[in-house]
Design a protein around this ligand. Structure first.
Ligand code: TMP
Length: 238
């Protein structure tokens, strides 16, 4: 597809988004920058942008094959991808299979505890408020999403979990939890947007429980670049 990159319309912590000469499409550019704790911790993970770009695109293609609509259109180069222009619903949509991170802390459950069923929670994307947890009735009352959108988002999130859990199991990786974002197309349809990468998922080695994700950066565990490379290597070995 031939689109021309125009002005930058957004810069996030890990990506930039550019307008193109076609209003239906954006170009995203993945950076090596990493932040944690709502931007309090800053760093660089060498090569992360390239891995996250390619890996996200592979995950979106896998999800599309399994009936999940995504914003993915076409990879342009190592760091840049053409995506459908959507308006992001300002929610972090979080699915968990195993207790970890803020869930473990909030409920006093040991990290690694298998949950009896996958859980879904939402945070409002608002840096100034530190992305507070938000429930379904608050989402509707505040007009963040409609009831129909919320029900589409929930169905999509659980479907993404089923597809990804199976895929990662096949490469010896436990999908502990992950965060996705949803976007609205001009016609109002909800599709999967943002990224799926070690920045936004917890991946543990199925045998050793070694962390293969951004927790290595968040928690100063070392071997950050190697963890991203290892996940990418396993995906490509399939
Ligand atoms: P949490 O346990 O810190 O709430 O994180 C749950 C999942 O969401 C984990 O896979 C990391 C991901 N995540 C993001 O992608 N962005 C964020 O800003 C946060 C806090 C978590």
């Amino acid at each position: 597809m031939n689109v021309k990159k125009l002005n930058q319309i957004y810069e996030g912590k890990a990506k930039k988004v550019f307008a193109t000469d076609n209003p239906d499409f954006y170009i995203v550019e993945y950076k090596d920058d990493a932040t944690a704790f709502n931007g309090l911790k800053h760093g660089t993970i060498a090569g992360k942008g390239v891995i996250n770009n390619k890996m996200s695109n592979m995950m979106f293609m896998l999800l599309e094959k399994n009936g999940v609509r995504t914003h993915f259109v076409e990879q342009i180069n190592d760091r840049e991808t053409i995506v459908k222009a959507v308006k992001i619903v300002p929610l972090e949509i979080i699915i968990r299979n195993v207790a970890a991170g803020s869930f473990s802390k909030r409920y006093g459950v040991e990290e690694g505890t298998e949950l009896k069923a996958p859980t879904l929670e939402f945070s409002l994307k608002n840096d100034a408020l530190n992305d507070p947890l938000i429930n379904n009735s608050h989402i509707i009352a505040l007009g963040v999403a409609t009831e129909k959108e919320l029900s589409d988002i929930q169905a999509m999130a659980f479907k993404v979990n089923e597809v990804l859990k199976g895929f990662f199991a096949s490469i010896g990786v436990k999908l502990i939890d992950f965060k996705i974002e949803a976007g609205r197309l001009p016609n109002g349809d909800i599709i999967l947007a943002d990224e799926i990468s070690p920045d936004t998922c917890r991946f543990w080695d199925a045998e050793t429980n070694e962390k293969l994700d951004k927790d290595r950066f968040r928690r100063d565990l070392g071997g950050v670049e190697e963890a991203y490379q290892e996940i990418f290597r396993r995906i490509n070995s399939k």
